[in-house]
Ligand binder design. Structure first.
Ligand code: SF4
Ligand code: SF4
Length: 420
């Protein structure tokens, strides 16, 4: 591992960063970040590499990360307020997208949880420009570090048909320092983004400027009369079932275990497709009813605070398991919606329905639920559907048989009693 000086960067231009570790060729900045974390390096150490030979993201598996790209890992303490790694991933992707758009006027969009795409006007295609990786590094099984890994095709030569560099869309060389400055400006200070007033941070008008109302919909995916054991058995081999339904599972050992369980939401077609079809039909109906109306749909893949909007729309309250929960549907529902340029009467926000209950918190086998927040580093659902690392043995012993997703906290909820 050869150290370099990062001559194009100065610490003063990157507020909040405590030190920059500049490297030439490394296997991955994430691996270096892990080592530095375990050595007790300073918080907000930024690790940068000129090239990576084995970046850990999906992109990294497909080609060598060539010179000219941005390959970085930022070391954060969990106390930074970042308790939900998938959200950190999305938020960091948004910051990449905002930086690229504001510096080069390029249209971008996020593919949750960790990819950023840019529109290439000449090729008339959305192509991948960035991937984000988050992980917690644990000492004695307690997460003590969060590592935020970001790779961006700035000026590197991209060989895949599905990806592109920012340079090739912008038509000019991208300045790494200018990009990093913009990126750290777009990421909220201290990365404590799960603040108490998220709507102040995320105004839907930033995403759909004409928005005057938001129609938020709950799509129930489980209910009375459904037999979980029977449906799981009908799905057959879990690994084959997941592959056939277009899902990626990350813990093959768990899937291969006898009696491996899948989360209820996975026992159906990919909900993104179903929800989008329903929302598209609803939007078409609205446009017929209100000629000239415009709207923009969201379902899990847009930078929109869906759960908070759902709460404000009265669909449910935030349960202690962090999901929305309603007296009528329990918590077995997906959220989606349409931002509209129509002024519609607002519903009343849902009131808290947990009232002293802590059943979900107690039912969580790993202690992932604390203080109304989810620690993804301890959540089976996160590890089985998104983490690219092998599940630590200490957690693998506590999955309750779940190999894709985890329903244990929702199963325990009295509001799901009718629908269990
Ligand atoms: S999904 Fe499972 S591991 Fe995650 S918080 Fe709920 S019970 Fe805990
Ligand atoms: S189990 Fe209890 S605390 Fe948890 S979401 Fe349901 S009602 Fe709220």
């Amino acid at each position: 591992m050869k150290k370099t000086t990062c001559a194009d960067l100065s610490l003063e231009s990157l507020p909040g960063i405590s030190q920059i570790v500049c490297l030439d060729g490394v296997e991955s900045t994430q691996a270096v970040g892990r080592e530095l974390a375990l050595e007790g390096s300073a918080e907000k150490t930024l690790v940068l590499a000129e090239t990576q030979t084995a970046g850990r993201g999906r992109m990294g598996r497909e080609w060598e990360s060539a010179r000219g790209g941005l390959y970085m890992t930022l070391l954060l303490r969990p106390e930074s307020g970042v308790r939900f790694l998938p959200d950190l991933s999305v938020l960091s992707g948004e910051a990449v997208a905002e930086a690229v758009t504001s510096l080069y006027g390029i249209k971008t969009r996020i593919k949750k949880p960790n990819d950023v795409y840019a529109f290439h006007p000449r090729r008339k295609k959305w192509l991948k420009i960035s991937g984000v990786i988050t992980e917690s590094a644990s000492v004695n099984s307690a997460p003590s570090w969060l590592l935020l890994g970001v790779g961006v095709n700035l000026n590197n030569d991209v060989k895949l048909d599905t990806a592109v560099s920012v340079q090739s869309i912008a038509g000019r060389t991208v300045d790494r320092e200018a990009f990093l400055k913009e990126f750290f400006r777009a990421v909220p200070s201290g990365l404590a983004y799960l603040g108490r007033e998220p709507l102040k941070r995320k105004n839907i008008k930033n995403w759909f400027a004409p928005a005057r109302s938001v129609l938020v919909c709950a799509f129930s995916y489980w209910g009375p009369g459904r037999d979980y054991a029977a449906e799981l058995a009908a799905a057959g081999d879990p690994a084959v079932y997941l592959k056939n339904t277009g899902r990626k599972a990350y813990q093959p050992d768990l899937l291969a275990a006898p009696g491996a369980k899948l989360s209820r939401y996975a026992l159906a077609r990919d909900y993104h497709l179903t929800v989008k079809e329903k929302l598209a039909a609803a939007l078409a109906g609205i446009k017929k009813e209100f000629p000239g109306a415009e709207g923009k749909m969201f379902c899990d893949t847009s930078p929109v605070l869906e759960k908070e909007l759902g709460r404000l729309a009265g669909l449910g309250a935030r349960g202690r398991h962090t999901l929305l929960v309603s007296g009528e549907l329990g918590s077995w529902f997906f959220l989606g919606g349409i931002a509209l340029d129509l002024e519609l009467p607002a519903d009343a926000p849902a009131a808290d329905s947990c009232a002293g209950c802590e059943r979900c918190v107690k039912a969580c086998p790993t202690g992932a639920l604390k203080g109304g927040a989810l620690d993804a580093g301890l959540c089976i659902s996160y590890w089985t559907t998104q983490a690219k690392e092998k599940l630590p043995a200490a957690l693998a012993a506590k999955t309750g048989g779940f190999a894709y997703g985890c329903d244990l906290c929702q199963e325990a909820c009295p509001l799901n009693e009718k629908t269990r």
